[in-house]
Design a protein around this ligand. Structure first.
Ligand SMILES: [Mn+2]
Length: 360
């Protein structure tokens, strides 16, 4: 992996040339992990053609040195942004790139003040994000495993859906099981929503107990070897009424259409439209209140975004979720979500468990 990290820094330097910056300050943990392998929680990375320097504190000194061969490690004194600024000043960089979406105003002021000399600061966004979108084969291999693991966890808890069980118990079991299967933890707070609560797309688990004739939405993400998965399945606890079956079928058809639209070169907006058009046929599009999907990788939400009118085109190596849903207040919600990888000549669904409505 050391070689992969070095190659990524090289690709980043080429992108920096295009933006006319000779150095780039990186403060997003997933970005510095992607570029160096550093797993510490606090740091600042300065990348330049002359080399890369990681500034961090004493808690992470040991791991910074072992995890980041080929990267210069500087221990901060006293504060992180002052130290990063002093380092940048000492290098006489002319144009320092920084990502305004990743630095607070106070952090930016501190780093610029400490750098002192005549460096120009230039806002540049998303350079590392653009590299991270194109997953390499070794990343896809891990993401396949993470997706399979999330499916196993969903299947592993279905048997616990019994009258009286609480949403919180199911969520706890989801997280326990994923860790037993090798995940380092959940990629986001596990969503378990029973009955009317399933109409909230991001319901947090509560002490609510499961009753007969309720929808159950389970949205599970696992982090395995740094990479996230994200899967949602909807169940019916009882025999689903005709209306619920119809809605489910519509969401499932929308998902099939959106997955079919995922192709090398397709625009993200077209994938979103494919899902929306199917829901329009049954008048359910007004209940589809979020976008069709999002990129997935070291973080659970990353580029590209599959939303209305998004012009970005899909490329080989992109991994996205496809997750249409309908949410009807007072009744409940239905969402089906899978993870999909784009290849030059085909689309690969990474999540492996069945998608039909399951009545328990
Ligand atoms: Mn998702």
């Amino acid at each position: 992996m050391t070689a992969a990290f070095a190659d990524r820094r090289k690709s980043l330097v080429e992108k920096m040339d295009g933006e006319q910056v000779d150095s780039l300050l990186i403060t997003r943990p997933a970005d510095w992990y992607y570029l160096t392998g550093f797993t510490g929680e606090s740091g600042a990375l300065v990348v330049s053609r002359r080399g890369s320097t990681l500034i961090t504190d004493g808690r992470f000194a040991g791991q910074a040195k072992t995890e980041t061969p080929g990267v210069n490690v500087v221990l901060q004194k006293p504060s992180l942004f002052e130290s990063a600024g002093r380092f940048i000043g000492s290098q006489n960089y002319k144009n320092v790139g920084f990502d305004p979406t990743q630095l607070s105003v106070a952090q930016f002021r501190a780093v610029r003040k400490a750098a002192e000399r005549g460096s120009k600061w230039k806002p540049v966004s998303g350079l590392t994000a653009a590299l991270r979108m194109r997953k390499q084969p070794q990343e896809l291999a891990v993401m396949r495993r993470a997706a399979i693991l999330a499916g196993q966890v969903v299947e592993g808890v279905v048997g616990l859906l019994k009258t009286g069980v609480r949403e919180l118990e199911i969520a706890a079991e989801v997280e326990f099981q994923m860790r037993k299967l090798g995940a380092s933890g959940p990629a986001f707070e596990t969503i378990v929503a029973f009955g009317e609560r399933s109409a909230l797309p991001h319901a947090r688990p509560t002490p609510k107990r499961l009753k007969k004739n309720e929808l159950v939405v389970l949205d599970v993400g696992a982090i395995l070897a740094h990479y996230c998965s994200d899967i949602t399945r909807t169940f019916y606890f009882g025999t689903a009424p005709k209306r619920i079956r119809m809605w489910y079928q519509s969401v499932q058809d929308a998902q099939v259409a959106a997955i079919a639209a995922v192709k090398n070169g397709a625009s993200c907006g077209d994938v979103d439209a494919a899902a929306r058009q199917v829901l329009e046929r049954t008048g359910l599009d007004k209940y589809f209140v979020h976008s069709t999907g999002h990129g997935l990788g070291l973080e659970v939400h990353e580029d590209p975004r599959l939303g209305r009118g998004q012009k970005q085109r899909l490329e080989p190596g992109n991994v996205v979720t496809i997750e249409p849903g309908v949410y009807v207040e007072g009744i409940g919600g239905i969402r089906i979500e899978d993870d999909v990888a784009v290849h030059s000549d085909r689309t690969e669904v990474l999540t492996r468990i069945p998608r039909d409505l399951i009545e328990i």
